[in-house]
Design a protein around this ligand. Structure first.
Ligand code: CP
Ligand code: NVA
Length: 335
């Protein structure tokens, strides 16, 4: 492991991958792979005994929360889960005050919630590393899991072609475009023009891409955009915190970008499927069932056949959330 990179990441917050160099991102992936191997071998790596972390969740979570809790435990640390029902956050206490209180008790703080400015304010005041567990704009810990999964499958990242289908203006579309651009992965957003990412972010990513020999493409043509793609990636069409009223419009606008068997076959036999999860691939959820009945659907962003198919790596990807989140915490605390 490169000592200079490790020194540069110690004490750092993890708010968006825009803040990190390609080498730093690759360092996180290498550390995650090392920690994953230790876990698989049953080798204890509880180097941070005596440390504690706080987990703030203003939105719900399965993977991210469990990853932080399991990873903290594996590293020897204690953790406290806080949400807006059980804590004072937001209602009676500002983010700046919360940050200064938690920063005196904990060695690191995870935050999942709404605007990116909130996690940035938390990091400004906490005095300890803050890790972004998802905001409206970015989902950087998810990116490390996705990149580790792609690298494990293809043996490389540079030159891979990734097509993202769905709402490309939100956390997943933004973060994938940034990460691909930094790491030399060709990124295509396939979606209706209304859901294209912010032009200022596209411009910034084009600069990252110029340095890594990646390309960035935005297209409304799902067929053309996924041709020869190595990775077809999608996300829910309505994100946490968005009003229920937008479902009808999203289903109308984004149905042409559903990942189907035909689209996977068209991409080619090399293509794999990724999804950050949770996914509406059948009607076995409350919202899935409701939307299925209202709009006559059997699935939304991905067909059940693709989700369950042999080219789907979604559960490897979900497992990698834990190994990569562990790497982020370990690097911040000085592995
Ligand atoms: N992918 C992801 O962040 O999942 P959770 O919402 O369950 O944490
Ligand atoms: N775009 C989704 C990602 C969930 C991991 C959301 O914000 O709800």
């Amino acid at each position: 492991m490169n000592k200079n990179l490790a020194a540069g990441l110690k004490g750092r917050s993890f708010l968006t991958l825009k803040d990190f160099t390609p080498d730093e991102i690759l360092y996180y992936l290498d550390l995650a792979a090392e920690l994953k191997a230790k876990k698989k071998a049953g080798e204890l790596h509880d180097r941070f005994r005596g440390k504690n972390i706080a987990l703030i969740f203003e939105k719900t979570s399965t993977r991210t929360r469990c990853s932080f809790e399991v990873a903290a435990h594996d590293l020897g640390m204690g953790s406290t889960y806080l949400d807006d029902l059980v804590s004072q956050i937001g209602k009676k206490e500002s983010i700046a005050d919360t940050a200064r209180v938690l920063g005196r008790m904990y060695d690191g703080i995870e935050y999942r919630g709404y605007g990116q400015e909130i996690v940035e304010e938390l990091a400004r005041y906490a005095g300890v590393p803050v890790w972004n567990g998802l905001t409206n704009e970015y989902h950087p810990t998810q990116m490390l899991a996705d990149m580790l999964t792609i690298r494990e499958h293809f043996g490389r990242l540079k030159g891979i072609r990734l097509a993202y289908l769905g709402d490309a203006r939100y956390n997943m579309g933004n973060s994938l475009m940034i990460t691909c651009a930094k790491l030399g992965i060709h990124f295509t957003a396939c979606t209706s023009r209304k859901y294209f990412p912010d032009p200022a972010l596209v411009k910034q990513c084009e600069e990252f891409a110029a340095a890594s020999q990646a390309t960035i493409r935005l297209t409304e043509d799902a067929w053309e955009g996924t041709s020869q793609a190595d990775v077809l990636y999608t996300d829910v069409w309505v994100s946490m915190g968005e009003p229920d009223e937008v479902w009808a419009e999203r289903i109308h606008d984004l149905t042409p970008y559903c990942v189907t068997r035909e689209l996977m076959e068209h991409a080619g036999s090399q293509a794999v499927f990724l999804h950050c999860l949770p996914a509406f691939h059948d009607l076995k959820t409350k919202i899935g069932k409701e939307m299925g009945e209202r709009f006559g659907l059997t699935h939304m962003e991905v067909s059940d056949e693709v989700f369950e198919g042999e080219r789907s790596l979604v559960f490897e990807e979900a497992e990698n959330r834990m190994h990569t989140i562990k790497a982020v915490m370990a690097a911040s605390l000085g592995w």
